[in-house]
Design a protein around this ligand. Structure first.
Ligand code: PLP
Length: 389
């Protein structure tokens, strides 16, 4: 494997196929997928509706570039803005590109609408954030692993502690064009801010004439039990970044959705992507919107999440020091006496469950939302076995 760069340290398992919530490894062993590709596979592996949409589109047209229009992108924009209660969308591919797009939109809006002097606009970010891996995005990360060695960094960002509305209010001034945050921090370990924090951020930004940008790349599209976590909390951001599950686990599809006042600042030629808005991704995205319109994945996240919480709660004090969850999205802090998060993930793997540690002591559980009640019980039993032995 020496020809593969070492930017990941995967668990020692090689997947050969996947069906629904199940992986099959090259040695024939089956594992229950409790990562769902960081929530890109919210609807399960190879969901029949999504695969059918992709297959049908493969036989028609897959890529036109935005030099020409295609017959999937317009309907996708209509359907996605309708689903999210927004006015406009801009399609990209990866999550990081959606965040970069939101940053560029906020800066251009700052100059052209708010009247901030050119090159002066500031964006307030928060500790523990994860928004992707580009040089600009890691410029406002506080994770040494994401940052060290990659400078010089992009200026124009300020950071305040996550969950602290007073600090946020104190950091916003006349040159602030936006506040950028995740409604729940996924990579940080499913960190849930104090109740009302997002609404306070909305209030602070509105009062200061700054934008609220919410990164729902991991929290959005069903995971927390709602189409959007921000909407579940009664908050309407100016811009929302979507990605991961928007591509149905089939290909990268991302988007920024939000107000026409902000998305409307871009003029032809100022921003784009060769693959962004491609008809194959748009056709898959339309099928994802159809799934979410039923409300079924969101309901499953709430019901299976409550079930898993009840099954895991007895482990607190027995190898698990804390559990956080929203919808079907869990962060479990492992007692250091027992080992690291990765040690527990290796034991889970022996028990037929694939999960991922984050930040040393936390294990995240985020299976596809299609998991059955029986499979939830199996996950809880495997976790019990992994921490109690
Ligand atoms: C995964 C993630 C991103 C980056 O998405 P990529 O597709 O990996 O570039 C950005 N923000 C959040 C909250 C994420 O979870």
């Amino acid at each position: 494997m020496d020809v593969l760069a070492h930017n990941y340290a995967p668990l020692p398992v090689t997947i050969a196929r996947a069906d629904g919530v199940w992986f099959t490894a090259t040695d024939g062993r089956r594992y229950l997928d409790c990562l769902a590709a960081y929530s890109a596979v919210n609807f399960g592996h190879r969901h029949p509706d999504l695969v059918a949409a992709a297959r049908a589109q493969l036989d028609r047209v897959t890529l036109t570039s935005r030099a020409f229009d295609n017959d999937q992108l317009g309907p996708f924009a209509e359907e996605l803005t309708d689903l999210t209660g927004t006015q406009m969308m801009l399609p990209m591919n990866t999550g990081a590109e959606a965040v970069e797009t939101a940053i560029k939109l906020a800066r251009a809006w700052g100059e052209r609408v708010k009247g901030v002097a050119p090159g002066r606009g500031q964006i307030v970010t928060v500790t523990g954030n994860f928004h992707g891996r580009t040089t600009t995005i890691v410029s406002f990360s506080d994770d040494p692993a994401a940052r060290d060695g990659f400078g010089p960094f992009t200026p124009g960002f300020r950071q305040v502690p996550y969950g602290d509305a007073t600090a946020l209010a104190g950091a916003v001034d006349a040159e602030t064009v936006a506040v950028l945050l995740e409604p729940v921090q996924g990579e940080a370990g499913v960190i849930i801010p104090p109740a009302g924090y997002l609404a306070q951020a909305r209030h602070i930004t509105a009062a200061a004439g700054a934008l609220l940008i919410v990164d729902e790349i991991q929290s959005g599209l069903g995971r927390t039990g709602a189409t959007l976590e921000s909407a579940r909390q009664g908050v309407q951001p100016d811009l929302i970044c979507l990605g991961k599950a928007l591509g149905g686990g089939i290909m990268p599809v991302s988007a920024v959705v939000g107000s026409a006042e902000v998305l409307g600042v871009l003029r032809p030629g100022e921003h784009g992507s060769t693959f962004g808005g491609n008809p194959l991704g748009a056709a898959i995205g339309r099928a994802v919107v159809r799934l979410l319109r039923t409300g079924q994945p969101q309901r499953a996240a709430r019901e299976r999440g409550a079930q898993l919480r009840a099954a895991l709660d007895p482990l607190v004090g027995h190898g698990v020091t804390a559990i956080r969850h929203v919808g079907l999205w869990f962060g479990l802090d492992i007692d250091p006496a027992l080992g690291s998060g990765r040690d527990v993930c290796l034991r889970l793997m022996d028990g037929g469950v694939l999960a991922k540690d984050t930040h040393g002591q936390t294990v995240r559980l985020a299976p596809p939302l299609t998991i059955t009640p029986d499979e939830i019980e199996s996950v809880a039993a495997a976790f019990d076995q992994a921490v109690r032995g």
